[in-house]
Ligand binder design. Structure first.
Ligand code: NAP
Ligand code: MG
Length: 497
């Protein structure tokens, strides 16, 4: 049998019908102010569409629609098995429209089409399916009390949830919050990042097609300081759930304090330490994981293993392998299915990463990369970059770069490695490689991070919680623990006569 020809993505991109309006109360709408901003592809600078630049007026409208939907119970009081059916249909629709969603994601934020097709879209569908299937199997609790009283502990949806997400995995980051929040019965106002609004807007239409009632899932596009701040400060939003930088996460806490003390969930930045110890028995696997841990998704990964902490005896052997990977992973056209490293999200972010590379040159030794690439395309590309002889106090070791830039730190033994890994304001992820189970387990317990990878890096599944210690955030996405964010616990005492 002949294999079907793989689609010509550049041709398909020309035929796309790209929607840049917001989706409020079941309708595509422009901003009340009629303002828009340009949506530019980082692949080659092409203009994709105009996106509605919403502000407080539009957020007010979306919150009113969400509140009305929540209060009349059209979604919040449906039998859980009914919400399950709708969310399962949404997962099916995401899969049915996978090519279109993957193409929108790649055009909008520059990741390789190979990754959006094989990772972003399937993970998004799986996330909706997993929470759909969970929601009619969650039981509440009855407390052990005296025989003449009954105390129940029940979960109730929060109400109206604000959701604010970044651009690095636009659909997945949204799905991690939307799926449990919708499954639990909440109404939502979602603000995607200004750099990546397109799939969120498309998702809202698919959700309506799946049967999510009007007003339950609203997508308000716009800038952080306008639409985002209005969500943070809104007095009729019960919780705001944010993924993004630590700096903006701190604003979200302030908005809550300044307004109605809304519940806050934060998934913020990282500067994860990835340790390879002298007794690691598979340096090939460790080096490959270290390279993908920083170059996958152009390094635009909250959990990137951006500080590689190498035990002195294996340092040279690992460095040789990493440099080979770095040289072989040159940026390419994201629409070419063979490309592994795509475009950076936009010009501003590219400049920010190049500024870190310039400061790295002052404080460490540049071994490979360090330059922009494919400038002739008009797009945003940076070579895989490796700095050696980095002090853990250096700016490139302490600040999140969010690009394909690896800082290598050499240490002597496991104790120094753990100390260096933990010397960070962040605590999102950490990795450690060793063939000695005692050393390995000791290290996993000592590392201060929400996710620890032992003899692997970036293992992932919706079944496990994800989130950070320290300034990497508050709360966890994914797994059944995510329901803690989108529900209130109610204790009810019933005295029996
Ligand atoms: P960001 O600049 O903090 O933006 C995140 C979101 O917040 C965007 O939608 C943004 O809107 C909005 N925002 C900006 N200023 C705001 C304000 N004053 N009030 C309310 N909302 C505001 O982050 P990013 O550059 O998009 O994403 C990269 C960051 O996300 C990195 O730090 C990365 O580590 C983090 N991240 C964390 C996780 C995790 O699970 N822990 C996962 C992925 C990414 P605009 O469109 O205007 O920017
Ligand atoms: Mg942004």
């Amino acid at each position: 049998m002949n294999k079907p020809a793989s689609p010509n993505w550049a041709e398909r991109a020309k035929q796309l019908n790209i929607q840049g309006k917001s989706f409020i109360n079941g309708q595509y709408v422009s901003a009340a102010s009629e303002q828009t901003f340009d949506c530019i592809s980082p692949i080659d600078g092409r203009h994709l569409t105009q996106v509605a630049a919403c502000d407080q007026v539009d957020v007010d409208k979306a919150v009113a629609a969400a509140r009305a939907a929540f209060n009349d119970g059209r979604w919040s009081r449906l039998h859980p098995s009914k919400r399950k059916s709708v969310l399962l249909r949404l997962a099916d629709l995401i899969e049915k429209n996978a090519d279109e969603l993957a193409l929108l994601e790649t055009l909008d934020m520059g990741k390789p089409i190979r990754d959006s097709l094989s990772i972003d879209i399937p993970a998004t569908a799986r996330c909706f399916r997993w929470y759909a299937e969970a929601v009619d199997k969650l039981y509440d609790e009855v407390a052990p009390t005296a025989h003449n009283v009954l105390a129940t502990i029940t979960r109730e949806p929060l109400g109206v949830c604000g959701v604010i997400v970044p651009w690095n995995f636009p659909l997945i980051m949204a799905a991690w919050k939307l799926a449990p929040a919708l499954a639990a019965g909440n109404s939502i106002v979602l603000k995607p990042a200004e750099q990546s609004s397109l799939t969120a807007v498309r998702l809202a239409a698919l959700a309506a097609e799946a049967g999510i009632p009007d007003g339950v899932l609203n997508v308000v596009t716009g800038l952080g300081q306008d639409a985002g701040q209005a969500i943070g400060l809104h007095r009729d939003i019960d919780g705001v759930f944010f993924t993004g930088s630590t700096a903006v996460g701190k604003y979200i806490l302030q908005y809550s304090a300044q307004s109605n003390m809304k519940k806050v969930g934060l998934e913020c930045g990282g500067k994860s330490g990835h340790i390879i110890l002298a007794d690691c028995g598979d340096l090939d696997a460790a080096a490959e994981a270290a390279a993908f841990g920083i170059f996958f998704n152009q390094g635009e990964m909250c959990s990137a293993g951006s500080r590689l902490i190498l035990d002195a005896p294996i340092r040279d052997a690992v460095m040789d392998k990493i440099l080979k990977f770095a040289k072989s992973m040159q940026p390419g056209d994201p629409l070419d299915p063979t490309t592994r490293l795509g475009a950076m999200v936009d010009k501003t972010h590219t400049e920010r990463v190049m500024d870190y590379i310039a400061s790295g040159k002052q404080e460490a030794e540049l071994l490979v990369g360090g330059k922009q690439a494919r400038l002739e395309t008009g797009g945003c590309y940076i070579e895989p970059t490796v700095f050696d002889k980095v002090s853990n106090q250096a700016r490139i070791a302490q600040e999140e770069i969010f690009g394909p830039v690896l800082a290598v730190i050499t240490v002597n033994g496991v104790d120094e490695a753990i100390q260096v890994a933990n010397e960070s304001i962040y605590g999102l992820a950490a990795g450690v490689w060793s063939d000695n189970v005692n050393t390995l387990y000791k290290a996993t317990r000592a590392l201060k991070a929400g996710v620890v990878y032992a003899n692997c890096y970036d293992a992932d599944d919706i079944t496990t919680p994800f989130g950070g210690y320290k300034q990497s955030g508050i709360g966890r996405d994914k797994s059944l623990h995510a329901f803690d964010k989108y529900t209130e616990l109610k204790t009810t005492w019933l005295k029996l006569r």
